[in-house]
Design a protein around this ligand. Structure first.
Ligand SMILES: Cc1ncc(COP(=O)(O)O)c(C=O)c1O
Length: 396
């Protein structure tokens, strides 16, 4: 296959940015890694990470399920070909019309974490399967989710009882260890807590079989070897299940990867619109920022960014502040970033941007959200060129 210089191709083929390249061949590979690391598990993609229809149908085609949070997400999952019973809802707060619709299309199960929600589910989705969300340790996650949702072991047990009293089918427990979880022990401790619930629930006559270990699987291994891999988490989780979950022949293990499935598949291409010296710091103004694609950097997610170099210039390294295009002073993507000397018009690429990029984005101030380009890296020279960019980064 001919090789093509990435800088030439991206400038010629994509004169406008921001552009978000999604490598769905990579998503397929990652999905298979989840399947191998968690044998027999239901892999229910948390579509909030990236609701692109091609990604959804790819997941469905590979036998995956979908985790949803709202009626529009339900409709998109169904349109992508997901069967009702391949869909779960792990959002603890649901509106009545959404509950009615999930009941109507046969969504497999929904989560609860309050008496009020148990009563709401019983009223609008009578007889539905429910699982209780536990509050678990989020220490060591880049974006902790603790505090807003989840209950302790004792409350979980009373919710299971109440659900049964109201004619619902209590089937198990779920949790979320926090997004981009770098601490494998969080899963182990959470599974231990589930075991406590399951044992006492059995004594109260419940039959629990659904163990949903949520999302939190991190992305970014290529650039940071300290980030735990899917395989390392799989090993720890399977051992923890053997150690702490009472033996259940019909155990159904479920995962809800969002970022872990699609994060590494995305590369966000952006153009430098401006440059200025402010005090000691050189600022670069990009055509993508906190509002129109890089919201997660505002939440403290450290970006991995590189120059798409043309290879003809020897460029000294410099330190920059990277800012988005809008007028808002909070639109700052990263500080103290080391990059080669950058000029207006240069292209930068942000890695691992397949999750929570366009889903969070709004065209504030009129700056457009990234255009999505789906890639299948075997397909043609352009795709090969993007692959080369990746390899350059890997070997740098
Ligand atoms: C209930 C639930 N499941 C799964 C996820 C996906 O998390 P992640 O992208 O960290 O895998 C989230 C994210 O907020 C969530 O709230």
């Amino acid at each position: 296959m001919d090789t093509v210089r990435l800088d030439t191709v991206v400038k010629d083929s994509f004169p406008t940015t921001p552009t978000l390249f999604i490598d769905f061949a990579g998503i397929r590979d990652t999905f298979r890694r989840f399947q191998a690391a968690f044998p027999g598990a239901a892999i229910d993609y948390a579509m909030k990470a990236n609701a692109n229809p091609t990604i959804l149908s790819t997941v469905v085609g590979l036998g995956g399920g979908i985790e949803i949070a709202s009626e529009p997400e339900l409709n998109r999952a169904l349109t992508a070909g997901a069967a009702g019973d391949a869909i779960i809802c792990s959002h603890p707060i649901k509106q009545p019309p959404f509950l009615r619709r999930m009941h109507e299309v046969g969504v497999y199960a929904v989560t609860v974490d309050s008496i009020e929600e148990v009563e709401k589910v019983a009223r609008y989705a009578p007889g539905m399967r429910v699982y209780v969300r536990l509050a678990v340790d989020n220490t060591g996650s880049v974006l902790p989710l603790a505090g807003k949702f989840g209950v302790d072991v004792a409350t979980a047990l009373s919710l299971l009882d109440r659900a049964r009293d109201l004619g619902l089918q209590p089937i198990g427990t779920s949790f979320h260890v926090g997004s981009q979880c770098l601490n494998v022990q969080n899963w182990v401790n959470a599974i231990k807590a589930c075991g406590e619930v399951w044992r006492t629930a059995a004594m109260r006559g419940h039959h629990l079989y659904f163990l949903d270990i949520g999302g939190g699987f991190p992305a970014g291994h290529y650039h940071d070897a300290a980030i735990p891999t899917i395989e390392a988490i799989g090993e720890a989780v399977m051992d923890a299940i053997a150690a702490h979950i009472p033996h259940t022949p019909d155990l159904l293990l479920a995962l809800e990867p969002g970022r872990g499935l699609v994060g590494e598949s995305g590369r966000l291409l952006t153009t430098v619109m401006g440059r200025a010296l402010r005090g000691e710091q050189t600022w670069l103004y990009l055509d993508v920022g906190v509002f129109n694609g890089l919201m997660e950097t505002f939440e403290g997610f450290p970006p991995v960014v590189e120059l798409v170099a043309d290879g003809t210039l020897e460029r000294p390294m410099r330190t920059y502040t990277l800012a988005g295009p809008s007028c808002d002073s909070c639109d700052v993507v990263a500080r103290n970033v080391e990059l080669p000397e950058i000029h207006i018009g240069d292209r930068l690429v942000f890695y691992d941007t397949g999750a929570y990029t366009n889903e969070y984005a709004a065209a504030f101030n009129g700056f457009p959200i990234p255009e999505i380009v789906m890639l299948n890296l075997e397909a043609n020279a352009f795709e090969q060129a993007v692959e080369e960019l990746d390899l350059t980064a890997l070997t740098a």
